[in-house]
Design a protein around this ligand. Structure first.
Ligand code: MTE
Length: 320
């Protein structure tokens, strides 16, 4: 470990939350991220070369999704990542490289016409890849802007053929204690789980990511399949997905189980709703250190605000 930093909020392990990583990331970026990024890059390049889907990249950019800020340099976004399966610090690139992302089977089950399993490369053949520039706002008030490659989650939902009674999609990460040392931590409710309503999952912004920076995603980004929901805090963006379960029960997500008073199911970005322990009014760019005002729904209100107008949602904590 290059820099060992203490958790900023000094709470016991059993109340540990993702923001320790984020504090570390900010400290790191102030203290020489370029050096650390460079030390990870050789392994990263190798992984991309041996990926059987490499010829699918770069995919055509979908110009509908534009940024209001410069794209984060790859060396910054890829040299510090949050992936608790591989450690509770930011420098998970080397550890995550041990995860074998081929063969990789995705299970589709629950309330679907026909439960099935599909290999990632067959899934890629069934989908059309595109690149999207998305903002990424972490719950701990840092942000970046990333060129993801992948396919709309709506296309995946159509492929999965859920029954009309399905209300949610529950997503689950792999479980392999031999390769992911973090999964031996007894307190955490492994495997990592996240969930979306069907309306969220089929919103045009919900994106299943297979690549980044014009090539297959490096493991630390959540290869071979992760979610990007840019109007929500980053912890909703589950990495290394192995299972999608369609259900009429609201799933309990990983961080909701760990610390439900601070991390909820909805987790929509809102600068006016503070985290119980800090303000969400502004955010810090991980590459430049520049601070800017945080935007409601991370600036994606025109796409998603309509999802939350239902009077039935009154009383729900939509912004934590
Ligand atoms: N998915 C899994 N399986 N394990 C994790 O620890 N961390 C989440 C999310 N998805 C996490 C995960 C958190 S807290 C964030 S902020 C984002 O991944 C970080 O994504 P990045 O490393 O690509 O910036």
């Amino acid at each position: 470990m290059l820099i060992k930093s203490k958790r900023g909020w000094e709470i016991p392990e059993h109340l540990a939350t993702p923001e320790g990583i984020f504090l570390s990331r900010r400290r790191l970026l102030g203290a020489g991220a370029g050096l650390i990024g460079a030390s990870l890059l050789p392994g990263v390049a190798q992984a991309a070369e041996t990926d059987p889907s490499a010829s699918l990249y770069p995919a055509k950019r979908n110009e509908r999704y534009t940024l209001d800020r410069p794209m984060t340099p790859e060396k910054d976004a890829s040299s510090v990542n949050n992936y608790y399966e591989f450690g509770t610090n930011y420098d998970v690139g080397r550890a995550a490289a041990k995860l074998k992302v081929r063969p990789w089977t995705v299970t589709i089950d629950g309330m679907v016409e026909q439960p099935r399993q599909v290999g990632i490369d067959d899934l890629l053949k069934a989908m059309t890849l595109e690149e999207r520039l998305y903002r990424h706002r972490c719950v701990e008030a840092w942000s970046m802007a990333v060129p993801w490659t992948g396919f709309p989650m709506k296309a995946f939902v159509d492929y999965a053929r859920p029954l009309s009674g399905a209300k949610y999609v529950r997503m689950e990460t792999f479980l392999d204690r031999d390769v992911a040392p973090g999964q031996s931590g007894r307190f955490y409710p492994w495997p990592y789980v996240e969930g979306l309503t069907m309306a969220e999952a089929t919103n045009e912004l919900a994106f299943l990511v297979t690549g980044v920076y014009g090539k297959p995603a490096q493991n630390q980004f959540g290869a071979p399949l992760r979610l990007a929901t840019p109007w929500k805090y980053g912890f909703k963006s589950i990495k290394a997905i192995v299972k999608f379960t369609f259900t009429d029960q609201r799933p309990k997500s990983f961080w909701e189980v760990v610390q439900g008073a601070e991390y909820g199911f909805w987790a929509n970005v809102n600068p006016q709703v503070s985290h119980p322990r800090w303000s969400q009014a502004t955010e810090k760019d991980i590459a430049t250190g520049e601070r800017r005002p945080t935007l409601l729904y991370n600036g994606y209100g025109e796409f998603v605000a309509g999802l939350y107008g239902d009077p039935a949602l009154k009383g729900e904590k939509l912004f934590m």
